[in-house]
Design a protein around this ligand. Structure first.
Ligand SMILES: Cc1cc2nc3c(=O)[nH]c(=O)nc-3n(C[C@H](O)[C@H](O)[C@H](O)COP(=O)(O)OP(=O)(O)OC[C@H]3O[C@@H](n4cnc5c(N)ncnc54)[C@H](O)[C@@H]3O)c2cc1C
Length: 345
């Protein structure tokens, strides 16, 4: 019989981040449908509020590797903690969130355990008493359901695919799993974290809206001139008040490589589409954007999609958006920004 382990690091403030709570919900549902025991395994500096976040999961065991050595993301200590927790739980199925911290060590952990790993999963389930995992291939065009005979099977669930676990009752007591790090494993010392200010980040996975900017923002407009500075001002003002996440077409981000005038805050990380990202937000608004890839692939997981384009015959906007406004995006966003500013007050 399988044993399911929910595995996650805790945040520096001791909380369990949303991707972790989503993976816990998936692990719990998997254990229930397999009639398999569930264990919870957390690692980090100290349990903190994460202990409360897993309350009422129905797990038979709660295991932890806590201590200052495990506070920061570091390959050697994270991999040692994760492997020790999986061994202590006797886990055959390990469900963890696909965050950068976990993804970095998951393959190494699976190797240490003599198991296998699958990443970027969108669902884990059970059919006929056997676990299965779903993921997309070919830039989200084909969905495959995977089964594996090898155990342990490490399953990394992409954020945003499952409703997060809602805790109930009081925090459980944790059994400590002892992991002793050698000098070599402590070789990397984390002296601190330098990150841009959070309002300087334009990629916001938890935003309600994805705002996709296309190359039209930098093209010559009706007066024969490009208005890139206006485009920057309008887009940044909108992102500031709406807290939307910023996506881009490939043509727009590639302009920096071509040496053309570009939007200074835009990078390839913003690109959506076949060779970009496929984010999941409840709503999307594409502006000055024609391309097939951003419309067909880039925002295929966006639930409600609207577009602003001067071209009434823009086939991809018409085919893939629920509503197309045939209008000048400069004028539309100026008005939207004024309305938002008035609302904010
Ligand atoms: C192998 C391959 C992979 C690719 N992968 C990707 C990918 O991952 N992501 C991606 O985006 N592309 C990708 N592309 C490129 C893609 O095919 C398109 O070329 C690109 O998406 C077009 O970008 P765009 O719509 O921003 O620009 P354009 O095609 O130049 O469209 C600009 C649009 O702006 C509109 N416009 C201009 N001014 C205004 C205004 N004032 N108000 C409103 N609308 C206005 C125009 O009507 C036009 O529709 C890929 C291509 C290939 C070959």
């Amino acid at each position: 019989m399988d044993t399911v382990l929910f595995l996650s690091p805790v945040e520096p403030d001791g909380s369990l981040a949303k991707p972790g709570r989503e993976a816990l919900a998936a692990a719990r549902a998997l254990a229930q449908s397999l009639s398999a025991p569930l264990a919870v395994g957390l690692f980090g500096a100290a349990p903190g509020p994460a202990a409360q976040a897993v309350a009422g999961s129905g797990a038979a065991r709660h295991l932890s590797v806590f201590g200052a050595d495990f506070a920061a993301a570091r390959y050697a200590s994270d991999a040692a903690a994760a492997a020790a927790l999986a061994k202590a739980a006797g886990a055959t199925l390990v469900v963890a969130p696909h965050t950068s911290r976990v993804a970095r060590v998951a393959a190494g952990v699976a190797h240490r355990l003599g198991g296998r790993v699958d990443t970027h999963l969108v669902a884990v389930s059970a059919a006929d008493g056997k676990p299965a995992a779903a993921r997309w291939f070919y830039r989200q065009r084909m969905e495959a359901v995977l089964a594996r005979a090898q155990r342990p099977w490490v399953l990394l669930l992409d954020p945003g695919c499952v409703a997060p676990f809602e805790p109930q009752g009081s925090a459980p007591a944790f059994e400590a799993v002892v992991v002793t790090l050698g000098e070599a494993e402590k070789g990397t010392t984390v002296r601190g974290v330098r990150a841009p200010r959070s309002d300087a980040q334009t990629i916001r996975p938890d935003a309600k809206l994805l705002f996709v900017a296309g190359a039209g923002w930098t093209k010559k407009q009706a007066d024969g001139a490009a208005h890139t500075a206006d485009a920057e001002r309008l887009i940044l003002a909108f992102l500031g008040t709406s807290q939307a996440s910023l996506g881009s077409s490939k043509s727009l981000v590639d302009q920096s490589v071509d040496g053309a005038k570009v939007l200074s805050f835009m990078s390839h990380l913003n690109q959506v589409g076949q060779t970009g990202a496929t984010p999941r937000h409840p709503k999307g608004l594409a502006t000055c954007c024609h391309g097939e890839e951003p419309h067909v692939v880039g925002w295929r997981f966006i639930a409600e999609r609207r577009a602003v384009n001067l071209d009434a015959n823009c086939g991809w906007a018409r085919g893939k958006a629920d509503v197309v406004y045939v209008a000048d995006a400069f004028a539309v966003m100026e008005k939207v920004n004024a309305l938002l500013a008035a609302k904010k007050g």
